[in-house]
Write a protein that binds this ligand. Structure first.
Ligand code: S3P
Length: 171
């Protein structure tokens, strides 16, 4: 079983992915964390020192390495992963089940504004600018996010509830 979680920054991909993996007793991979491990550098620093294009190429390479693994896993992508190269097509391979954790822009701002320093694309924005930015960004990315097999709306749900919904879909 290979499960991939897709969604905008702040949609809970990492916490949902980790809990889902522990419930299913399979490995959990967080793509950003794997990139940081391979470069020995944080995503924020990578964006700053090497630029976004370097980051996207690395993200594509490590995504392919993980998808090729001959084992069951849960993989949480970065918010931009499905939108570059042919990454969204790679997720349609047989045996991969993908979920989009879908949140409203308002909910995302509520979650992201307090921790914006750790998000290179958002760090310079105040709350109003962030809402405008996310609205447009979600519109641009929507096509890629909607290529998944299942959409889960996050609303006010807890991580436990979201994991429960995903488990139901996997049955
Ligand atoms: C990005 C999302 C981040 C990280 C990078 C770019 C994006 O991942 O990959 O900062 O383009 O949306 P998270 O969604 O895990 O925060």
């Amino acid at each position: 079983m290979k499960v991939v979680l897709v969604g905008y920054m702040g949609s809970g991909k990492s916490s949902v992915g980790a809990l889902l993996a522990s419930k299913l007793g399979v490995k959990f991979y967080d793509l950003d964390a794997k990139i940081e491990e391979s470069e020995q550098e944080s995503v924020v620093n990578l964006f700053e020192s090497k630029g976004e294009i370097y980051f996207r190429k690395l993200e594509h390479k490590i995504l392919k390495q993980i998808l090729h693994k001959d084992e069951s896993f849960i993989l949480s992508l970065g918010g931009g992963t499905p939108c570059y190269f042919d990454n969204h097509e790679l997720l349609k391979q047989e045996g991969i089940v993908s979920f989009y954790l879908k949140a409203t822009s308002a909910k995302l701002v509520e979650r992201l504004h307090p921790e914006k320093e750790s998000r290179p694309l958002l760090a310079s924005l105040d709350k109003d600018e962030m809402l405008d930015f996310i609205n447009k960004h979600l519109f641009d990315r929507s096509f890629y996010y909607h290529q998944v097999n299942h959409i889960i709306t996050i609303e006010e749900k807890t991580v436990d509830q979201l994991v429960g919904e995903i488990l139901q879909q996997l049955r």
